[in-house]
Write a protein that binds this ligand. Sequence first.
Ligand code: FES
Length: 65
Amino acid sequence: MEEIEVCVCKRITLSEILQVIDEEGIKELETLIEKTKAGTVCKMCISPEEDPYGERDIHLTELLK
Ligand code: FES
């Protein structure tokens, strides 16, 4: 199965992000960005607001809900 890349710039997959959220009990966006480095380049993967043209399928804020 092909892995979904949440952060295309840093090549971080959905399962990697979910694992970090789970293992570290992350609730805050800032912490998630700091730990994974996802969202540190173009920032479009952070939230739908940062991605006005819908170029990313999934965003960090949606994974923290
Ligand atoms: S896709 Fe995550 S910073 Fe660009």
